[in-house]
Structure formats: structure tokens, C-alpha cells
Design a protein around this ligand. Structure first.
Ligand code: SF4
Length: 481
């Protein structure tokens, strides 16, 4: 994807996608609002959600070690992955050591972030997505556009088309005469996936929460495919970002109330799976947990930016964002789209790439995201903080026309004589712009002028008027009044 300013106009022209997105986000928003209104203590829950995450992040080292000790005692093997390539290497080696060339996979943002499916494919291992939306994305060689509903930009007619065309390349083909009713599509995917669950010996998942006191992982989902992944295969590998830690089960109670309402507008998720290590003759016997840093420690070191690590990936900020609703998720060029992507991706990936430097500007700063966020992440504040970082970073880069113009403007504003001369020049330029039309384009600034017009400069500047009239005390009209 190109940077957001180039990608967004292209996405905006996709009217089908805009219609699908508008319909889907409106539906989720309405459900969420209804269920949030039921809770008298919603604001207290939000405050608790923020406070528990802050406390956990403040002592993350301690909680991580506590989690590792408890999970190991329960029979799991805990691996530490400082970055994406280490995490991919660990998962790949586990598969290769067991002679596995196929894995089933539950939807997981962490594995999307590190590109695990591609890394496994490079080692000759096929990873099959089992979440319905993730399956749609995989079958159509698409990329996710939403955190909770990755195929939110597709409607059911498109999904039917994808199933009919591509299911057979991945396993059981779509049934003949498949219609586009939701129950028909769900049944087709169930048949397709059942074969995978029955024959695949290894599963890969993420986790929504990791409970330090018992070394347990929690996965919440709507379809039951995650439950199949964490119970059927012999080997289970979970890739978990280190910010998923919570200290106790008491804390989980807070997040389960916040997450389901914020994500899908439900009182609780249909499936909440919990596993703690391995148990004889019950579920996977070979359980691995990969604790993923991948620059989360750098985010933690930033006093303003670290609040982004509270995120519980509910996507409420996406569903209320007017920019996301129009531009769609692909325009962000990031696994994490929408407002959370605009603050998380530049922090996780750094500001070297223009795609990441543009993300903090992919917002109108209206603040709807912060109001909706169940863990009170001050997204607009972090966006402003990152914009300042972008400006600092760009000072070190070769000059662009915009930076050269800003430098010139700074020099002029710094010198009263230069400013006066500039104002006279601007007044003279009215002839060039023929009075009222204003400036609508300047070579090298097409991005800026694409969205804005500059009014025609005034015939006389305020400073010139002030000097001529002694601050308005002398006749200004020429008619003696
Ligand atoms: S930033 Fe807040 S609203 Fe957005 S996904 Fe994260 S927790 Fe949900």
C-alpha cells in the first residue's frame, strides 16, 4: 500500500466497499450503544480497564516472569521472541520438528503482525485460517481491513463468489448451487473446515488475555473455530503479545464485560476458551506459548505512546471513526487499521517508512475514538504526540518542497523587515491571481492544494494598514469620517 494520502482516494472510489463498510459499522455501533446503555457502571468499568492495564504495564517484567513460571509448572513450554523473525522461527521449528506440514490457525492479530502464514509457507508449511472472515480473506488472497471482522469490506454475494471460485484450491470445494444466504455460507465453511480440524496435528492461535497468577490463556470468539483449535490438535502454539498480560482472574472479569460489548455488541462472547498448560488425555499434550515483544518494549518506554498498549483489540474505535468508515481498512497500509492502527503501527514499526509517517495524520482528531475506547486510550493525544515525532524525524531527512517552504516561512516570520517585504509582494501578487480567485495550485504542493485553496492575499496587509492609520486613529476611509 502507498502512504495514506495516496491510498485513501483510491479506496474512496470503491463505492461497493464504502456501502458494505457503512452498513456493517452502523449495525455494530447500534448494537454496542444499546448494550453499553444497559450498564450503569460502564464508565467505572472503563476506568478499571485502564487502571489494571496501567498497573500491569508498570510491572510488566514481574508479571511476565510470574506468568512464565505458572505456565511452565502447568506443563506448557514458554518461548521468548524479541521480534517477528524470532517468533516466526520458533513456530516454524516446532512444526518442522514434529514433521507437520499443515497447521490450522485461529484468527490472531499478533500472527498477522509478524507475517506468520507467509513465514510458514516459506518453510513448506500450509497454515489454514479457520475463522470465517479470515478464511474469506485467505481464499481471496486479500488482506484484512478490520481487527474484529477482517472481511468487513465484503458482502455476502462477494463471499459466495469467493467460496465457489477458490475453496477447492484449499481443500473441500464449495457445495454445488451454493446460495448467498448467511446460513448457507456458514454451512459451506463448516464442511470445508471440519476436514482440516480432523486431520491437522498442530494449531496456532493468539490469545486475548494471559493471566499471570495461573499461567492461563484466554481466547474469545464467536464461531467455535478457536475452541476447535485449542482442543483438537496434538500440538498447540499460541503467539501472545507481552501486553496481553493481566495479573489475576479478578481482572479478567472487567475485560470480558468491556470486550464483548465493545467488539460485537454482545453481552458476552459466544465462546470463551481457557487453557492452562497441558493435561493428560485432555486436549493438546504439547503446548507452547510464544511471548512476543516486537517493539512493545520501545512503546512502553514512551510515556505518552505507551497508553496504546492498553488496547484489547475490540475495534470500537474503528467502528465510530468517520475516516475509517470512508477510507476503509486497506488505506492504512497496516495490519492494525483505523485509529488504533494510526497510533500503534508507527510505534511498532518506527517512522522510517513514509506509510508510517503518514498514519498519525489519518485522523480528523474529532475524538470519537477516545470516547468509544473501553480502556480510555487517549488516541487524539497520542496522534498529536506522534505528529510531533514525525516532524522531528523529517527534519533529519533530505528536504522536500514542503519542508523547504516551511523553512523559508520560518525565516521570514523571524524577521520583521522580511515579513513586511513578503506582505507587499503578496499584495502585488493579487494581480497574478486576478483579485479574488485565490491560490489553487503550486507546483510541488499538489498534495496540500488537492484539499485546500489559499484565499487571495489582501490588497493591504494588517501591518501596513496599522502603520498608515496609526492603529485606526487616523482617517482610514478617505471621506473624512
Ligand atoms: S484503541 Fe480502544 S477502542 Fe480501539 S481497538 Fe483498542 S481498545 Fe478497542
Amino acid at each position: 500500500m502507498p502512504p495514506f494520502p495516496q491510498a485513501a482516494p483510491h479506496q474512496l472510489r470503491n463505492t461497493q466497499q464504502r456501502t458494505n463498510l457503512t452498513r456493517a459499522t452502523r449495525t455494530i455501533r447500534a448494537k454496542r450503544n444499546r448494550l453499553v446503555a444497559e450498564k450503569d457502571d460502564w464508565e467505572q468499568l472503563r476506568r478499571a480497564g485502564a487502571a489494571v492495564k496501567d498497573e500491569t504495564l508498570r510491572h510488566l517484567d514481574r508479571y511476565l516472569e510470574q506468568f512464565e513460571a505458572a505456565a511452565t509448572a502447568a506443563g506448557a513450554t514458554v518461548h521468548w521472541a524479541p521480534d517477528a523473525s524470532a517468533a516466526n522461527r520458533i513456530v516454524t521449528e516446532i512444526a518442522l520438528e514434529r514433521g507437520v506440514d499443515e497447521v490450522v490457525k485461529a484468527k490472531s492479530m499478533a500472527t498477522e503482525e509478524i507475517g506468520l502464514v507467509e513465514a510458514l509457507a516459506a518453510a513448506g508449511i500450509n497454515a489454514y485460517e479457520t475463522d470465517l472472515a479470515a478464511l474469506i480473506i485467505q481464499l481471496s488472497a486479500d488482506v484484512p481491513s478490520h481487527i474484529v471482522v477482517p472481511a468487513i469490506h465484503r458482502n455476502r454475494a462477494e463471499v459466495r463468489e469467493i467460496f465457489v471460485r477458490n475453496m477447492s484450491r484449499f481443500g473441500r470445494p464449495a457445495p454445488e448451487h451454493l446460495g448467498d444466504e448467511p446460513h448457507e455460507l456458514a454451512a459451506a465453511s463448516r464442511e470445508h473446515l471440519r476436514e482440516k480440524f480432523l486431520h491437522t496435528r498442530m494449531a496456532v492461535t493468539g490469545a486475548n488475555f494471559a493471566v499471570a497468577e495461573t499461567g492461563s490463556l484466554l481466547l474469545v470468539e464467536s464461531e467455535g473455530n478457536g475452541r476447535m483449535c485449542v482442543t483438537m490438535p496434538q500440538t498447540l502454539v499460541s503467539v501472545v503479545g507481552i501486553e496481553k498480560l493481566v495479573p489475576t482472574w479478578r481482572d479478567v472479569e472487567v475485560y470480558l464485560q468491556l470486550l464483548a460489548r465493545s467488539a460485537t455488541g454482545e453481552r458476552m462472547n459466544p465462546y470463551t476458551s481457557v487453557w492452562t498448560g497441558a493435561h493428560d488425555a485432555d486436549g493438546p499434550q504439547d503446548v507452547h506459548i510464544v511471548l512476543l515483544d516486537n517493539h512493545r518494549s520501545d512503546v512502553l518506554a514512551d510515556e505518552v505512546g505507551r497508553d496504546a498498549l492498553r488496547c484489547i483489540r475490540c475495534a470500537a474505535c474503528l467502528n465510530v471513526c468517520p475516516v475509517y468508515e470512508r477510507a476503509g481498512g486497506h488505506a492504512y497500509g497496516s495490519v492494525y487499521p483505523g485509529p488504533i492502527g494510526a497510533i500503534l503501527s508507527p510505534q511498532l514499526r518506527g517512522l522510517d517508512d513514509p506509510v508510517d509517517r503518514e498514519l498519525p495524520y489519518a485522523s480528523s482528531l474529532c475524538g470519537a475514538c477516545a470516547d468509544a475506547c473501553p480502556v480510555q486510550i487517549p488516541i487524539p493525544l497520542i496522534l498529536e504526540h506522534l505528529r510531533a515525532k514525525v516532524v522531528d524525524t523529517e527534519r533529519t531527512l533530505p528536504p522536500s518542497p514542503e519542508r523547504a517552504a516551511m523553512k523559508l516561512a520560518a525565516a521570514v516570520f523571524d524577521r520583521p523587515a522580511a515579513l513586511g517585504a513578503g506582505e507587499k509582494l503578496a499584495a502585488l501578487s493579487r494581480k497574478v491571481f486576478r483579485g479574488e480567485r485565490g491560490i489553487t495550485s503550486v507546483p510541488g504542493f499538489s498534495g496540500w492544494f488537492g484539499a485546500r485553496d489559499v484565499p487571495a492575499p489582501p490588497a493591504e496587509s494588517f501591518r501596513a494598514w496599522w502603520a498608515r492609520t496609526d492603529g485606526g486613529r487616523r482617517d482610514d476611509t478617505g471621506d473624512g469620517r
